[in-house]
Ligand binder design. Structure first.
Ligand code: KG4
Ligand code: ZN
Length: 351
């Protein structure tokens, strides 16, 4: 089984061809970081235009690398949401067109399902598992009971955690995207120098929150005056990352208790999404999983940030269950994985 995956929901134009034996036959990612860096964040209009500029070339290169024609594929998968509407329309239209001309099944993939199932592309992780999904647009705790079967235990009440990394990075003069820059700098900083809040720690339920932490860093930076020397910036990065780690650890512990009650045989905690690339956070979550009697499994870093392989793989999982979509499938800027979860409000909440 061979599926082409297209990912254009945010600022990465990503294409991959994956087979049913979990081999990535070809893969191309064109990041738009340089295009958005001058603005300190993603500009939706620019993102959509760059997807148009690059998508067809990346598809052609992937097919060439894999030595395949479109008609050799068994399905075409494209991210249909959630995300920026302009970019979604570009990838979805391309995917439908390829499916139409090659008469192959079309699979409209939920970007979050791509992240949620990405771990199964690299490891034998059976359902159900507990998922901490942490990215630039989302921060959620979910029980993954099967393909298309998700129960959301908690979500952010305001910003996504990756968004907090990006905003704090900007506050201390680091480039975009902020996550990797903060992680690098935090490595040489003192995590105890600045006392920052641990959002939601100890609260009932499994929801998350990061805007208060971001605001605390803003006040801290304002109080320190104009010039932040390298030592201070490293200590802020380390103190912020430690606060995030404590908050995520607390929320994940709460979710393990809920998930365990629903599924006594639960064995695995999975962390996915761009922020899951952070090795310090992974180390902390491994301890949390261990003390909750679970094993932590995380996809390799390249599969954590947005990529085409996770969309192709979600396509394969769906195709196996014949969960095929029509060519009239419209892009969905909002598309919660768990349709029964109460809608959450907030700037960073896309689902
Ligand atoms: O999953 P992703 O590539 O895109 C979304 O679906 O949002 O996640 C991007 C986010 C950005 O906010 C970025 O700063 C963050 O993931 N990120 C990290 C790291 N690498 C990427 N955050 C913390 N530590 C990292 N190493
Ligand atoms: Zn993502």
């Amino acid at each position: 089984m061979l599926v082409l995956g297209l990912e254009t929901s945010c600022d990465e134009t990503a294409v991959a061809i994956v087979d049913g034996d979990r081999r990535i036959r070809a893969e191309r990612v064109r990041s738009q970081e340089d295009d958005h860096r001058p603005y300190g964040g993603i500009v939706p209009e620019i993102a959509a235009r760059r997807h148009i500029d690059h998508l067809d070339r990346l598809i052609a290169a992937s097919l060439r690398e894999a030595g395949l024609a479109v008609t050799d594929l068994d399905g075409i998968a494209a991210t249909a949401g959630p995300g920026l509407i302009g970019g979604l329309a570009v990838g979805l239209t391309m995917g439908k067109a390829l499916a139409a001309v090659s008469r192959r099944p079309f699979l409209a993939v939920n970007h979050l399902e791509g992240h949620a199932l990405s771990v199964r592309l690299v490891a034998d992780v059976p359902f159900p598992y507990l998922l901490l999904l942490v990215s630039g647009g989302h921060s959620q705790l979910l029980i993954v009971a099967g393909v298309g079967r998700y129960r959301r235990l908690g979500t952010t009440l305001d910003d996504a955690v990756g968004e907090a990394f990006d905003k704090v990075a900007k506050l201390i003069g680091l480039g975009y995207p902020g996550g990797p820059a903060i992680e690098r700098l935090a490595g040489s900083g003192d995590p105890e120098r600045y006392k920052l809040p641990r959002p939601m720690a100890g609260r009932p339920g499994c929801d998350l929150s990061f805007s208060g932490l971001k605001t605390a860093v803003r006040h801290l930076v304002a109080g320190l005056g104009a010039s932040l020397d390298d030592r201070v910036r490293a200590d802020i990065a380390a103190s912020f990352q430690a606060a995030v780690a404590d908050s995520l650890a607390d929320r994940t512990r709460a979710a393990i208790a809920v998930a365990r009650a629903a599924h006594p045989g639960l064995a695995t905690l999975v962390v996915a999404g761009g922020v899951a690339a952070n090795l310090a956070l992974r180390r902390r979550l491994a301890l949390v999983a261990d003390s909750g009697g679970l094993a932590l499994v995380a996809p390799p870093q390249a599969l954590c940030t947005d990529n085409g392989a996770m969309i192709a793989w979600a396509g394969i999982e769906r195709l196996r269950l014949r969960l095929v979509d029509g060519l009239d499938f419209a892009p969905r800027p909002r598309w919660p994985l768990d349709p029964h979860a109460a809608p959450a409000a907030g700037a960073g909440v896309k689902a």
